[in-house]
Design a protein around this ligand. Structure first.
Ligand SMILES: *[C@@H]1O[C@H](CO)[C@@H](O)[C@H](O)[C@H]1NC(C)=O
Ligand SMILES: *[C@@H]1O[C@H](CO)[C@@H](O)[C@H](O)[C@H]1NC(C)=O
Ligand SMILES: *[C@@H]1O[C@H](CO)[C@@H](O)[C@H](O)[C@H]1NC(C)=O
Length: 471
């Protein structure tokens, strides 16, 4: 990749049996101020926290610990003579390199498309660098150098301001809480010597297969293209990282969705093949379910039949900044917006199938949605609202990202899903999610047409319901 060694000698590290940390560039985290609020009705009592963020480990240079050879290159494990050539070899001898963000910002290199001010972070989709191009990024909020900041959502609210005016079709600017481990798996997995400081331990309700390390081990076995006859097909391995998530904000200038995703367990689970399935002992039909519910129970006003609510020039006008407020209440996740000093509530669903239910997420909405949209409803099979409440009591990590989607083109967010329903989208409830033509979401098209897509998150505030904002 792109990090030039500053000195041309090689430090030989003592032999160690684990995924290592590189010694070529110092890890210096970008700083981000956010607010911790305490008093409902009095946002002026919020305290400024001088926090920092860290880059997700998958985006880092991974190289032979005793030198400069890439362990991972062009989306693949580099199993030529000097890279690494087995799960064990890659786990034991490869190092995640640090990134000194103060250095890069000082020299205006703007690597990873990141720009910081005191209380805002701006993330750009495509960044040209000297030796190539970077697409997308993901960062986590830290409590201190070695630990993620944990958030327990129940009874609390999160507010942030967002600028999505440039974020185009097929791009997902996302803010979510995921049940990662606070130290990134450092203590639990002897194979992990890097930890939260280096952004390790990501997991999600897709049971992601694209992590290079899972459970402290290299995801080397079976790492290959999903479709080997298509050069542009994405890569994935056999190991998967599962955990539940509360996706507060999947978005671009065309659509947004809030969604809750459950798993039978509330913590990080590393699994392979069938162990990633979950057998429900009490079900008559001996259903095997995927371990986590990747579809989730979500709310997207466009999908709910309200096509003039969100977008450029619409009621919530995405050509300008606005504030997203999300309240994690006992019986509902209640999300609303502020723009030009006005409170704007998302409309209730329009489809007959979802009549008289709530906006935001509730047991009633989730049940009606699953029936009305003919979904397999893994959310209710994972205990529905009861499971959701347990998740709301589970400390989670805050992740922000911007990315296109090589697998399913983010069609779930702003276009038609499943895609073969294109011609029925106006009449079949739930398949039409936004005004993006599906062709525009193809990753190469996104790359060429909206590379400048940039999300700006600012003024993150968290505290008991009513404490972060005056409405
Ligand atoms: C794997 O790499 C090591 C050196 O790192 C080498 O000794 C070994 O022969 C390689 N194995 C294969 C199967 O290429
Ligand atoms: C940014 O933070 C520093 C240190 O807390 C402070 O001195 C400065 O005034 C802040 N700048 C702005 C624009 O708020
Ligand atoms: C959003 O707010 C920031 C800071 O106030 C400003 O620089 C930016 O231009 C605004 N974006 C839009 C689309 O108005």
């Amino acid at each position: 990749m792109f990090v030039l060694p500053l000195a041309l000698f090689t430090v030989l590290l003592p032999f160690s049996h684990a995924q290592q940390v590189g010694s070529l560039e110092k890890e210096v985290h970008p700083k981000l101020q956010w607010s911790k609020c305490t008093t409902p009705g009095d946002p002026s009592s919020c305290q400024t926290i001088n926090g920092e963020i860290t880059l997700d480990s998958n985006f880092r240079w991974l190289h032979r610990a005793n030198g400069y050879t890439d362990c991972f290159h062009d989306n693949r494990w580099n199993n030529y003579s000097l890279g690494c050539n087995s799960t064990r070899d890659c786990t034991e001898n490869c190092a995640l390199e640090g990134v000194d963000f103060t250095y890069s910002q000082r020299w205006n290199q703007n690597i990873y498309g990141l720009k910081m001010t005191n209380s805002s972070m701006s993330m750009r989709l495509v960044t040209k660098i000297d030796f190539g191009t970077q697409i997308g990024s993901k960062f986590y909020l830290l409590e201190d150098r070695h630990n993620y900041q944990m958030f327990t959502l129940l009874g609390n609210e999160l507010s942030f301001d967002v600028d999505l005016s440039t974020v185009g079709c097929g791009v997902n600017a996302a803010l979510r809480f995921v049940a990662m481990e606070q130290d990134g798996g450092l203590k639990r997995y002897p194979g992990n010597n890097a930890g939260a400081e280096y952004g390790t331990g990501y997991c999600d309700s897709k049971c992601t297969r694209t992590e290079r390390f899972v459970g402290g081990e290299a995801n080397y076995d079976g790492w290959k293209q999903v479709n080997e006859s298509d050069w542009s097909s994405p890569y994935q391995g056999e190991s998967r990282a599962c955990c539940p998530e509360m996706a507060v904000w999947n978005s671009n200038a065309h659509s947004y969705q809030i969604s809750s995703h459950l798993c039978p367990q509330k913590e990080y689970v590393a699994c392979k093949d069938r162990s990633c399935d979950y057998y429900i002992p009490y079900s008559d039909d001996e259903d095997r379910l995927p371990r986590c519910d990747r579809v989730g129970c979500g709310y997207n006003p466009f999908q709910m039949g309200n096509r003039d609510f969100y977008g450029k020039g619409k009621i919530l006008d995405t050509s300008r900044n606005f504030t997203v407020v999300t309240r994690f209440e006992q019986d509902r996740v209640n999300q609303f917006f502020l723009q030009d000093g006005k409170k704007i509530e998302p409309p209730k669903p329009k489809w007959d199938e979802l009549k008289d239910t709530t906006n935001g997420i509730s047991q009633d909405m989730c049940t009606k949605r699953a029936d009305g949209f003919g979904e397999s409803d893994f959310w209710n099979k994972n205990q529905g609202w009861k499971g959701h409440l347990e998740l709301m009591k589970t400390p989670m990590v805050l992740a922000v990202s911007i990315d296109d989607d090589d697998f399913e083109w983010n069609l779930f967010l702003d276009s038609v899903w499943p895609p073969d329903q294109e011609h029925e989208k106006e009449v079949v409830p739930g398949v039409w999610r936004g005004d993006c033509p599906w062709q525009d979401n193809e990753p190469n098209y996104v790359y060429n047409n909206v590379p400048y897509s940039t999300v700006v998150w600012s003024n993150l505030r968290f505290g008991p319901i009513g404490s972060t904002i005056k409405v």
